[in-house]
Design a protein around this ligand. Sequence first.
Ligand code: CA
Length: 193
Amino acid sequence: MKGTILFAVFAFFLAALPAAAQDVIGDETEIPRGTVETLDDFEKGNYWIWAAFDWEQWGPEKLSTSARIASTWFSNGRHSLECRFKKSAPDSDHIGTYFMDYRWNFSGSKYVVLDVHNPEKDAFLLSIIFQTTDAWNWDETTAVEIAPGSHTLVFSLANFQKNLYLVNRVNICYHEKTPMNGRFYVDNIRLIK
Ligand SMILES: [Ca+2]
């Protein structure tokens, strides 16, 4: 009887854990302290598109096939971005990207942090690419392996500090590990100063 009650209490605490308790991976193992600025939480519409045939002038076909608002998984509010991808073909690239354009000034930002959910049975890798300055530099973070489940990703921006005054495009970049058709979800992309 005592065991049953203990188990029930334990199960209650497990169920009550907030989304923020999911594992933190990437350049830090804890969410860094600092001023938080939300880049997108997907609650006010969709400003993202996916790299498709129009990117082929820059290289082979990408694996990204759609970027749309979803409510099947989210870490804040009620919505996230669902990014779909297809498995590579012999002549295709092994990445897919999902991007948003604007002219941001992220000067002073030390980290980009986002919540990611992988509903598939296999892992993939994910990085963030800021295309910066009028030269459109390709400022890419180290890719992190995304196992099935939910994670908070922390990427250091230490290598791009001098370019952050002008960010033209933010790319979420999927890197294929096991060829598969699938999807992942992204929510609460924020910058930490
Ligand atoms: Ca959200």
